[in-house]
Write a protein that binds this ligand. Structure first.
Ligand code: GRF
Length: 209
């Protein structure tokens, strides 16, 4: 059984999708053991508490520099025996020390089809604004491993979502969450816990469904 630690900053609808999947028996080889928030007021913390999942808060501003923060976060993750770390709307940048300490054990959900609309500054509604500005007819979501490059780690799962006439960034964001993010994040977590994701040297993955 793998220990899953979920890192959040906000509403936590992706965390909820994971909790629901766990409660429905869809993650048989994993258990969400802790939710860590960068923000003490994140609603995601209440979702965890309602489901008897341990919580912790760690704020970047309480540390003098990136390395001090990274070391504190790694210490916390190790104390929780994390096998898999899921970034589910986590808004604090992880430094190299964290990434190196948990190589190929950190996954992130991004609300576009990487390599479109990703990288520095592409988060939240901005991703959907840019997709609409470009006029793409299809967007979606991507689950990927986290490496030193922003949104540049090996892709695990993707799901496409249609853009419709009259979409606003808010409407598109909701459709991408409902039709893609909340589906592929639990699936990727389950695949990881089943040891079905092989990371290859060329920064791609092979999935054994
Ligand atoms: C999601 O759109 C996710 O793709 C992005 O941050 C958002 C988090 O939303 N990384 P929530 O807190 O899970 O509701």
């Amino acid at each position: 059984m793998k220990n899953i630690v979920v890192l959040v900053s906000g509403g936590g609808t992706n965390l909820q999708a994971l909790i629901d999947a766990q409660n429905r028996g869809k993650i048989p080889n994993g258990k969400i053991s802790c939710v860590i928030s960068s923000n003490p007021d994140a609603y995601a913390l209440q979702r965890a508490e309602k489901n008897d999942i341990a919580t912790a808060v760690i704020r970047r501003k309480d540390y003098e520099n990136q390395l001090a923060y990274d070391k504190a976060l790694v210490g916390l993750l190790k104390s929780k025996n994390a096998d898999l770390i899921v970034l589910a709307g986590f808004m604090t940048i992880l430094g190299e020390y964290v990434i190196q300490s948990f190589r190929n054990q950190i996954i992130n959900i991004h609300p576009s089809l990487i390599p479109s609309f990703c990288g520095e500054g592409f988060y939240g509604l901005r991703v959907h604004q840019e997709a609409l500005k470009k006029g793409v007819k299809v967007t979606g979501a991507t689950v990927h491993f986290v490496n030193e490059i922003c949104d540049g780690g090996a892709i695990i799962l993707q799901k496409a979502v249609e853009v419709q006439n009259g979409d606003t960034p808010e409407i598109l964001q909701k459709r991408v969450m409902e039709q893609a993010e909340w589906q592929i994040l639990p699936s990727a977590v389950s695949l990881f816990c089943d040891d079905k994701i092989i990371v290859k040297a060329d920064n791609t993955t092979e999935i054994h469904f």
